[in-house]
Design a protein around this ligand. Sequence first.
Ligand SMILES: [Fe+2]
Ligand SMILES: [Fe+2]
Length: 168
Amino acid sequence: MNAENQHSLDAGEVSLAQAFTIEHHEIDAGIEQFLADTDPDPLSSAQPLLAAMEALRRHIYLEEEIVFPHLQSGALMMPLMVMRREHGHLWQHIDALVESVQNQSGEPNQVEEICTEVLALLDRHNQKEEPIIYPHMGVDLSSDDQGKIRDLLAGGAMPSGWVCEALR
Ligand SMILES: [Fe+2]
Ligand SMILES: [Fe+2]
């Protein structure tokens, strides 16, 4: 992070990298909450899971459409390709999970099994993204852009029908 951007952070305000990392943890927590829930009503217990899947889709949208295009691609070209490919795998699992919850179709425990796969995919993805990609957000983005992206992360919506690049 350069000095200018460092100074743009008010006391107590999290950096963009921290804000995206916090959202990683919130999404994991929504899935884990579902797996730990013993509520016998599957539709009410699925609410945190469906909310986490919506948050994950929006998180991927913000990364691919708003953040990644601002990063200097040179050294990051390969890592960004890997991130986009993994977003595609995640997106397919989100689709399968949402369908399985909403239709109550499939085998018993299918939802739980897909949840476990999503958590493993997220773990492998985030443990690369956080140290390799996120530190560049504080360096390559202007403090103005960082502020706009922080606002989007706090409340911006994903355009309806958007899908990640790997699946287009
Ligand atoms: Fe991320
Ligand atoms: Fe990502």
